[in-house]
Design a protein around this ligand. Structure first.
Ligand SMILES: *Cc1c(COP(=O)(O)O)cnc(C)c1O
Length: 356
């Protein structure tokens, strides 16, 4: 019987490139190996080649699974029995799933009333102890750090460097697929762990001779939560793009370094720009992402409108999480859903669908 290659999860696919203890078991749900989809729409808009890295295709619906397989695997290796994270939703969904797989007790701290119902459902269904904190994400992160310091629980927020080890594999996949690093890499940025991880991956591949260059990194925030653009923390961050509703990024310094070393930049976008890009990406490219995830696409459109050229260049845009994570915001932006009811009759359906 012939065996075809089946993706084994990113730890087994890239183990020798990850800075984790050699005997770390792989706690995996098959994360990574996500689609890199060519966008005819955005390639047409820019006159270049634009590819979308679809991270919503990970097991719990966001790129957080990349960091989580690494963090939970190492936590298990170190003998942890419980794990904790602060979350705007996706980290907790991911941690809860990987903790369940590993047999650890997951403890989640979320800002009260600020996370989507789907993400809350994921954490609860996977068995997390969910504590809703009267405060914002930054308060939750401080508490997570404190709990990990004083109690026997593993902290798996992206301040845990092992998370970045897992997340950097997305860059490996991009280069493995395209044959080299792109000219530009665009993405949303919140706590800044992911941009830092991509940069780590690209520079590691360059050093290993697997790529001949590194891309210019451009990361995008929401106007109401744009500390990196403003150059100072934002005390009360606000945006519909809840996954990037961060006022004081944990990986601020790493992201600044990646920006500087790559000749990149940070830019802020309005919620309207972000939600419009989310809707257009779904209609034109068939890719449904959550609001925050569309920031890179919105950023490309804003850059082009401002006169920046991506012509003749290869651009990769990471879309970070699945659209099913927050259907409430998507439907609100969509507006009134047409309520078309027809008799059980083919001609009536054809007429209503505009075929005749
Ligand atoms: C976590 C997250 C982000 C932000 O990533 P950082 O590493 O915090 O910058 C963006 N989009 C989605 C969907 C996320 O879950």
């Amino acid at each position: 019987m012939s065996t075809t290659h089946q993706w084994r999860g990113l730890i087994e696919e890239y183990r020798e490139l990850l800075d984790i203890p050699a005997a770390t078991p792989a706690i995996t749900l098959g994360e990574g190996g996500t689609p890199l989809v060519h966008s005819e729409w955005l390639s047409g808009v820019t006159g270049g080649d634009v590819w979308i890295k679809v991270e919503g295709a990970n097991p719990t619906g966001s790129f957080k699974d990349r960091g989580m397989t690494a963090a939970i695997s190492v936590a298990v290796h170190e003998g942890a029995k419980a794990c904790v994270c602060a979350s705007t939703g996706n980290t907790s969904a991911s941690m809860a799933a990987y903790a369940a797989k590993a047999g650890l007790t997951p403890i989640v701290l979320v800002p009260d009333g600020k996370i989507s119902a789907s993400k809350m459902a994921q954490a609860l269904v996977h068995g997390a102890q969910v504590l809703r904190v009267r405060g914002n994400f930054d308060d939750c992160l401080k508490m997570s750090r404190g709990l990990a310091e004083h109690y026997p629980v593993a902290l798996v927020n992206s301040v845990n460097p092992v998370r970045l080890e897992g997340q950097k594999t997305a860059s490996f996949e991009v280069v493995d697929r395209l044959g080299d690093a792109p000219d530009f890499h665009l993405m949303p940025i919140g706590n800044a762990g992911n941009m830092s991880a991509y940069w780590l991956g690209y520079t590691q591949y360059l050093a290993a001779g697997k790529a001949t260059r590194t891309p210019v990194m451009r990361a995008f925030q929401a106007e109401g939560a744009a500390p990196l653009v403003l150059g100072r923390p934002v005390e009360h961050p606000e945006t519909r793009a809840t996954a990037i509703r961060i006022g004081n990024p944990a990986s601020w310094k790493l992201a600044e370094a990646a920006k500087a070393a790559s000749g990149g930049r940070f830019k802020a976008l309005s919620d309207d720009q972000i939600l419009a890009a989310q809707a257009e990406l779904a209609r034109r490219d068939g890719i449904f992402v959550e609001p925050a995830s569309a920031a890179g696409v919105a950023g490309l459109l804003a850059d082009v409108a401002a006169g920046d050229s991506y012509a003749g260049k290869v651009t990769v845009i990471t879309v970070t999480g699945h659209g099913l994570k927050d259907t409430v915001t998507a439907l609100e932006y969509f507006g009134e859903v047409p309520d078309v009811v027809v008799d059980a009759d083919i001609d009536a359906a054809a007429a209503a669908a505009g075929l005749i």
